[in-house]
Write a protein that binds this ligand. Sequence first.
Ligand SMILES: [Mg+2]
Length: 369
Amino acid sequence: MGGAQAHEPRIEELSARAFVVPTDAPEADGTLRWDSTTIVLARASAGGCTGLGYSYAAGAAAGLIEELLAGALVGCDALSPPAAWQRMRASVRNIGYPGVAASAISAVDVALWDLKGRLLGVSLADLLGRVRELVPVYGSGGFTSYSDARLERQLAEWVERGIGRVKMKVGSEPARDPERVRVARAAIGAAAELFVDANGAYTRKQALRLAEVFAGESAVSWFEEPVSSDDLEGLRLLRDRAPAGMEIAAGEYGYDLFYFRRMLQAGAVDVVQADVTRCGGITQLVAVAALCASAGVPLSAHTSPAIHAHVGTALGPLVHVEYFHDHARIEALFFDGLPELQEGALRPDAGRPGHGMELRESDVERFQR
Ligand SMILES: [Mg+2]
């Protein structure tokens, strides 16, 4: 140790692949239906190590990584992910940043932080600096395409595994939603917290009425995207008028800091949601957390539980990570070295460099696009 090294590691190669994984049953929420999920994997290498990152994004993100981002990054200092982030951000100026490009940059940024951890031989949690050892999760699924029996079974199983809060989708059939929510409450018992996510399906008037019904009948304590997350005034209206004990949450489609600042300045949410695989990776999620701290608003991580478990150890305002059925299933299929789920929280393995996850190559080749 000691003394500057003659040659700091330089990024030598950046590559990407897209995989399409069928769901285990048709899935739907208030505004979308799907039967497969695409995961885009980015790999960055330097100094004999390889970092791995991913995003649940369009397959086009893989093409964008190889076409635009690789050229911008090869030769850059592998120990400076924020500098790499700035180069990536600049490289997509003319094609537009939010959406596919932001998802591609997010996947690469995670790969670069993982690479840095591996090069230095420290875990991602230690690299970022831990404020907690365990990252609490909530179980998330309860798709509107599920039968009541499947809904009951899924939510009850999470609670039996020690997860104290679970989330279901609503909004496909507003007239039937109160009944589905009552079924879910009966299945999980009185002690667990029950969250609902409308994915922006309701009108303001529907959402106001259903907030009362969900809270009154089923003690729902979290109402996510009751109206479109672009309707900041509508979210603010719900936040001010919803029963005490019910939090309003949104933010999963936030790609840049301006988005989160606008949402916070509008007073639109009780809890900000952000997704490391969309919002610009770890480099930007850390900044989103600072924005939340500055506004005194908690942060909840949206989906991708394996990555969020690592970065979540370092984010002061973080309250929980979404243990999303689809992604928990895909991550278990794709990677060895996942953070362990115990008593409703994820514990990243501090003994493995980076995030410590390795691709199970032979098990996933069949899904490659
Ligand atoms: Mg959501």
